[in-house]
Design a protein. Structure first.
Length: 435
């Protein structure tokens, strides 16, 4: 084959990139293409994405190629470039959202009309989202049986990075997007992602099971933003982290939500399991939650960390999501939208899948589950170190009061807890309070 276009989306790397590796092995010329789509708003991730694209361009140039950047509709721009370079093939990593599935269908149709070979490849997940199906169903609805099947499923070998990438002669690569606004302490790109991966695997993997729930600790990997944009291969990470079942299970949860989203692509805006929810419309409460001034220290600490860093510990995500949906009885979509705007790792499948799980409209087998924020705080931030880090006006309080500042009458710089509405979260059910 003479020329193949590899359309890049959430696979911004050269290591273990099946579509890129196959194109370089089978084609004389390869065009790695990224289309800046104005229909998609990257929010805070714009800077992280810009860094990732810059890093990918450097990696491709070291191999003799380049990252070709265009702006506009991805299907139209891909077809325009295919005509310009005389491409015989367009290959892409398969994805699961409604937008991605529609894009793949349109690409397939346009390529068929032009007699261009169109193929999708694995690479966004460890196990392809359509690889595992329960008896009598199109996808797994409960995690535990999925985990059992996922754990024994044979995996493809990781693809080696290409030694050489050859572009067609005279092709203008285009300019990279630039994001001026700061986005947090993490630096985007495969180079930084692999550096962080190596350090974390060397120093933190062994103790992950014991330390992963410590809110104040720095033992979680913080690799999720790199997985989200494909700066790291989830397959490679699962292999390297195999010594810790607890860590690998987190990657399985990611795959689980992707296979749910493939079967139910409306997960970002429709209840997976409608349960007759009665949501409250209280913009003041929502604003207080977003800004970290609910009067509940563990919730406020987490929301302020999110605003500062664009990242949040998984336990903190559970706490603030449960507080919004089960305590304030606010629609999960409002919380998911705020996370999508703020998180560097907020892909639709994981973000909305987890929000629906917490809200009781998703894949949780106990939909009335609720996380009591005070109990969670005392269990996972027992000394108040996490709260002191992000809520400095409470830093002077002793351990006995740090999570219950309303017990002191002298505190004026911190709000009283929001009044909780009496409206039940859904008809005929009351939340079960978990520790």
């Amino acid at each position: 084959m003479d020329t193949t276009i590899v359309l890049l989306n959430r696979d911004l790397r050269v290591h273990d990139h099946p579509a890129l590796a196959a194109a370089c092995a089978r084609s004389r010329r390869v065009v790695p293409l990224f289309v800046v789509d104005p229909a998609l708003t990257p929010y805070r991730r714009a800077g992280f994405l810009a860094d990732a694209l810059r890093d990918l361009r450097s990696s491709l140039r070291r191999r003799g190629g380049d990252l070709v950047v265009r702006r506009g509709d991805p299907v139209a721009e891909t077809m325009r470039l295919a005509e310009a370079v005389g491409a015989q093939a367009v290959w892409v990593s398969a994805d699961v959202t409604s937008y991605a599935q529609r894009r793949e269908r349109l690409l397939a149709d346009e390529c068929a009309r032009r007699r261009i070979d169109f193929r999708t490849f694995a690479g966004v997940t460890v196990v392809p989202p359509d690889a595992l199906r329960p008896s009598g169903g199109d996808h797994y609805r409960v995690f535990t049986p999925y985990w059992r099947a996922w754990s024994v499923e044979p995996r493809r070998p990781a693809a080696a990075p290409p030694d050489v990438v050859r572009l067609p002669d005279g092709l203008e690569p285009g300019t990279l997007p630039v994001a001026a606004a700061p986005y947090g302490p993490l630096v985007g790109g495969e180079t930084e992602g692999r550096r962080r991966m190596r350090l974390w695997l060397r120093h933190c993997l062994e103790g992950y099971a014991e330390a992963r729930e410590d809110l104040a600790g720095e033992t979680t990997s913080r690799l999720s933003p790199y997985l989200h944009l494909g700066c790291l291969s989830p397959l490679e990470l699962a292999s390297l982290g195999a010594a810790s079942e607890e860590f690998v299970q987190q990657l399985c949860w990611r795959d689980f939500h992707h296979q749910v989203t493939r079967a139910f692509p409306a997960i970002g805006h429709r209840d997976y399991r409608a349960r007759g929810d009665l949501w409250n419309d209280d913009e003041n409460a929502v604003s207080a939650w977003r800004e970290g001034r609910t009067g509940v220290p563990i919730v406020d600490a987490a929301m302020r960390q999110l605003a500062q860093e664009g990242w949040l510990h998984n336990r903190a995500r559970l706490i603030v999501a449960s507080y919004l949906t089960k305590c304030l009885h606010v629609d999960w979509r409002i919380g998911a939208r705020h996370f999508a705007e703020q998180l560097l790792d907020a892909d639709v499948a994981v973000n909305c899948g987890n929000w629906q799980w917490v809200a009781g409209t998703g894949n949780d087998t106990r939909p009335s589950r609720s996380f009591n924020p005070l109990r969670q705080a005392k269990r996972f931030d027992p000394d108040g170190e996490y709260v002191r880090r992000y809520v400095p006006e409470l830093a002077h309080l002793p351990r006995t009061l740090i999570h219950e500042p309303w017990k002191t009458r002298t505190l004026r710089a911190y709000p009283a807890p929001l009044p909780l509405p009496e409206t039940p979260p859904r008809v005929g059910a009351s939340p079960r309070r978990d520790s």
